[in-house]
Design a protein around this ligand. Structure first.
Ligand SMILES: [Zn+2]
Length: 501
């Protein structure tokens, strides 16, 4: 759950609703004339507006040195592009999501999540070069034009897709941080295959002009494919159905054909390339946050800590914690019942009585005052009207948390039996709601990427690094994954590798 205010972004609305005015521009990449609803000036204006929304939704990763490093790589690549005259912006977003995307006009983003999987500066340059390609070839503007031409049905479908993503579905089994977000979801979801291929080609070209080996594009795709495989393997090992991926690869044609095409493009280049790209990269990301950040809330074992909101929760044994932008949900092992914890917006009222009236709106019920770890709370069991006007029984607790914020703890279940079976543990979960204690604060330390020489010999290897790692699940496989040897293979003893501390 994020405390930032989040607005669903209807990014295209300005361009689309401004009428059918089209003009003609010369595509900087192809040199061909194309009809467009987005002039270069409006491309830049739209990009700038979207940029503010992206920063608000994701947050900027707070490390000026890393930002400068990534910006420097981006600027060098962009200066070799067909649109070097644009004012380019490269930003590392504070998100564990594995993603990269661009907005029209010269705005390019990589998450720290995707950076953890890159193994060299050239890998990162491959991802950035691809995104620069979308901008230089005006893919965003082309899509805006296509959508306007196609009419309102396409627009409605696009916006509905974004709305569904934005709404989030408690208990839907989404992994933390993998929910595609407003602006980005609108942008990354629907480039055509041809545009992706063109972005790959352009990316390879910019890499080569900047003395990076274009074959790194191929490595990036392979590593990210392994990440998907790992997520699926883990889901199956836990008896879950693998959820659809919403990372960078998922929004890009990730089939073997793309890999083949990129390999072909990359093999077409010959040259001498920078060879210290790996060491420089590993040095740059040393100390970078890995996984959830304190601003979004951290899950550690059965505990959830949210530093910014100043709250903590403990899930009953066997329960899972799901954290999304909208809510924290503690779900029981069978996935049939849970406790949904949400922030109550200030406009819903300040007293519990007001909130009960405005948010829960019971037709009938009983109200019982409670104290949860020193915080005043109101427990409500009652009946309310659902959206169809049908009576619906509900149970919820309103708590006055730290910082004059009110929280709604809602009991959700598949059916009445599931609620009965889970009831004792629901109350237990609810009773764990607390203001962060000193011990909680100490436990809420984010994980970071560190680089160490690979320990060879007997008793060494990734198994020994996994033993020292705080990663709770499949630590050895996760370390192999971020080091590009998920399927097998060993680094040389003494070679620098990434670990999570
Ligand atoms: Zn792309």
């Amino acid at each position: 759950m994020r405390s930032r205010c989040l607005a669903l972004s209807l990014y295209f609305s300005a361009a689309l609703l401004s009428g059918c005015a089209t003009s003609t521009v010369t595509n900087p990449v192809t040199g061909l004339q194309e009809r467009t609803v987005m002039s270069v000036a409006s491309e830049i204006a739209e990009g700038k507006k979207g940029h503010a929304q992206v920063l608000q939704e994701y947050g900027v990763y707070p490390d000026a040195k890393l930002q400068a490093y990534v910006n420097d790589i981006g600027q060098r690549l962009a200066s070799q592009s067909e649109r070097s005259e644009l004012e380019w912006h490269f930003t590392v977003l504070d998100s564990p999501e594995i993603n990269a995307f661009a907005l029209p006009g010269g705005y390019v983003y990589v998450t720290r999540g995707i950076m953890a999987y890159m193994d060299s500066e050239a890998d990162l340059a491959g991802v950035i070069g691809h995104e620069i390609g979308h901008v230089t070839a005006r893919h965003g503007a082309q899509r805006a034009t296509r959508q306007q031409t196609a009419g309102l049905s396409v627009l409605a479908a696009t916006l509905l897709g974004v709305a569904l993503e934005g709404a989030g579905v408690p208990g839907a089994g989404r992994v933390v941080g993998q929910v595609s977000q407003g602006v980005a979801a609108g942008y990354i979801a629907s480039y055509g295959r041809e545009q992706e291929l063109q972005a790959d080609q352009l990316g390879a070209e910019y890499l080569s002009r900047s003395r990076y080996d274009p074959r790194n594009m191929v490595d990036v795709i392979k590593v990210l494919k392994n990440q998907e495989r790992f997520a699926d393997d883990l889901a199956r090992a836990e008896g879950r159905t693998p959820s659809p991926h919403s990372n960078w690869l998922a929004s890009h044609p990730s089939n073997d054909q793309r890999l083949e095409e990129i390999t072909q493009i990359a093999n077409g280049y010959q040259g001498t390339y920078l060879d210290d790209s790996r060491n420089r990269y590993l040095k740059a990301i040393n100390g970078m946050t890995y996984g959830e950040s304190p601003e979004q809330g951290l899950t550690r074992g059965q505990n959830f800590y949210h530093e910014e909101l100043g709250i903590a929760l403990t899930a009953p044994a066997g329960w899972k914690i799901q954290n999304s932008k909208e809510a924290i949900t503690l779900v029981n092992a069978e996935g049939a019942a849970g406790l949904v914890v949400k922030l109550v917006p200030a406009k819903a009222g300040s007293s519990h009585a007001e909130i009960v009236r405005n948010v829960l709106a019971p037709i009938s019920g009983r109200v019982e005052p409670l104290t949860l770890n020193g915080l005043s709370a109101t427990h409500v069991v009652g009946v309310r009207s659902d959206q169809q006007g049908q009576p619906q029984s509900f149970e919820a607790t309103i708590v006055s948390g730290p910082g004059a914020q009110n929280y709604l703890l809602g009991y959700v279940s598949k059916d009445a039996q599931a609620l009965r079976r889970a009831y004792r543990q629901m109350r237990e979960a609810e009773a764990s709601f607390r203001a962060l204690t000193a011990a909680d604060r100490a436990a809420a330390r984010p994980w970071v990427i560190k680089t160490v020489p690979y320990p060879g010999g007997p008793g060494g290897g990734f198994a020994s690094l996994a033993k020292k790692s705080p990663l709770a699940q499949a630590a050895e496989q996760q370390l192999r994954l971020i080091n590009g040897v998920y399927g097998g293979g060993e680094p040389k003893p003494g070679q620098l590798v990434k670990v999570v501390e």
